[in-house]
Design a protein around this ligand. Structure first.
Ligand SMILES: [Zn+2]
Ligand SMILES: [Zn+2]
Ligand SMILES: [Zn+2]
Length: 474
């Protein structure tokens, strides 16, 4: 046990207990593991080293577990923190541990609001990012998501709580995610600024140069063009210079030039490329990307709007009730159809059965522990996992059968024109293969499945079929 600053504040194993709450105290000597955050109510970061603060704040806020990324963070201030990014991701500052009592109301408020939230485990990475962002905003009572000019951002503007999840080179994705969120009615927005991004890698760190229109070199010299009125001679100013004084003499008529505007004029300028000696009047402008070194013509740069966002009522409710994914990236999983398309196809199959004799089925495969599974693996891996699931299912059914996602944890598929007992057997085989796949891909993780099969009944609607098929799932 050691005393930290104040006699009545005791720090035990980096944890301070105060007023029924536990605060995890992190300083530069701590390991950068943020695991311990989940077992405490709030975090206090010792603020001596700005790099350390930025690093640890990023680690906490970019974590995918709500037990970690939603925790209140306070800076125990040794120095001034001017980083706008860090400032937006922290909940306050104290100057000594004595002041811990002043942050108790904030901690209480945030933790109470965290308790309001329901968490869904969307399969869509975009949806997952949207959910994280709105959850954080809700718990902090922040309704505006404003762009912050930030030199460390790959697109020159940061939306801290969303951008924190991305590496600098991937930060342009933030704009796509915000577009999706707005289309879903989570945010409304207004224009703020425009950025231009590299046509090759979407980075915004560009250096603009005037270059030779012939060879693209930025190495050139520029001189004035002089027009001598009395004789009409036009040429670069060097033609008029002599080696003795700084006066100008006309090379054609030998007269000394007197006053600009009276006997001569400088109507334009001339550039000369130092690389290819090309002489020209108009430069091309190019933007070299400092990330991938592509020298972009400015006309091919990707212009993107930077907008200010505001959480809508719908967005607030989505935070509380859990944000249910758009169909967006379910489409991206090869071998599946949209849920709506599936229902339409089901309707036709039911119609067909009304007129012909035969037996067709729909089946569902449900992951019973999705939150456990999805919280342990990254979002990219998640997508990969779902793709693998689809691939295994696909290889066991006929190409005329279709697969769809009802949710991130429930897959529905058709098995037409086979008896139910065969459908059941195929489904069992699929599950065996899926389990084998999971065991090889994820050693320490158990993925549990539930399944159901149902014969199509022409007296029931497609909706009722799906309802009955999935109603037993947890
Ligand atoms: Zn040139
Ligand atoms: Zn002249
Ligand atoms: Zn680039």
């Amino acid at each position: 046990m050691e005393a930290a600053g104040a006699s009545n504040i005791k720090v035990t194993d980096s944890v301070i207990e105060y007023s029924g709450f536990t605060f995890l105290l992190l300083d530069a000597l701590d390991s950068l593991s943020v695991e311990k955050v989940q077992f405490n109510n709030a975090v206090i970061i010792d603020g001596k080293d700005p790099d350390f603060i930025r690093h640890i704040v990023r680690r906490i806020r970019s974590n995918n577990s709500p037990d970690i990324y939603l925790k209140p963070i306070f800076i125990l201030k040794g120095i001034n923190i001017n980083d706008p990014f860090v400032n937006r991701l922290c909940d306050g500052t104290i100057f000594s541990l004595e002041q811990i009592e002043f942050i108790i109301p904030t901690v209480e408020k945030i933790l109470t609001k965290v308790n309001d939230l329901k968490f869904t485990n969307s399969i869509s990475f975009e949806a997952q990012m949207i959910e994280k962002t709105i959850n954080f905003m809700y718990t902090c009572d922040v309704f505006d998501l404003d762009p912050v000019p930030y030199v460390y951002s790959g697109i020159n503007y940061s939306y801290p709580i969303l951008s924190v999840n991305f590496r600098q080179t991937e930060e342009y994705s933030v704009l796509d995610i915000l577009d999706i969120a707005e289309r879903e009615g989570i945010f409304e927005s207004e224009y703020y600024d425009r950025v231009y991004l590299c046509s090759n890698c979407s980075n915004g760190h560009l250096t603009y140069r005037e270059v030779c229109p012939k060879c693209g070199s930025s190495h050139s010299s520029t001189e004035d063009i002089v027009h001598h009125f009395p004789c009409g001679y036009v040429g670069p100013i060097t033609d008029f210079k002599n080696e003795i004084d700084d006066q100008l003499d006309c090379p054609k008529c030998d007269k000394r030039l007197r006053h600009i505007g009276v006997d001569y004029d400088k109507p334009s300028i001339l550039h000369e490329c130092k690389n290819c000696s090309h002489k020209f009047q108009d430069y091309n402008v190019k933007a070299k990307c400092l990330n991938c070194l592509t020298d972009n013509g400015v006309e091919v740069l990707k212009g993107r709007e930077i907008r200010r966002y505001r959480l809508t009522k719908k967005g607030e409710l989505a935070a509380i009730n859990g944000f249910v994914s758009t169909s967006k990236d379910i489409d991206e999983i090869i071998g599946t159809v949209k849920f709506d398309t599936f229902k339409t196809m089901l309707k036709y199959e039911i119609e067909r059965l009304r007129q012909t004799e035969g037996s067709s089925n729909i089946c569902a495969i449900h992951i019973t522990n999705p939150s456990q599974v999805y919280s342990k693996i990254g979002s990219e891996v998640q997508k990969g996992l779902l793709k693998d699931l689809v691939r295994v299912i696909r290889s066991n059914i006929r190409s005329s059968d279709v697969i769809t996602f009802q949710s991130s944890s429930t897959i529905v598929l058709s098995m037409n024109e086979i008896p139910m007992r065969i459908a059941k057997r195929i489904l069992e085989e699929i599950i065996v293969m899926l389990k084998r796949l999971m065991n090889t891909a994820f050693k320490n993780m158990e993925v549990n499945f539930e399944t159901n099969v149902m014969s199509l009944d022409y007296k029931l609607s497609p909706e009722l079929h799906i309802q009955q098929l999935t109603k037993e799932f947890k």
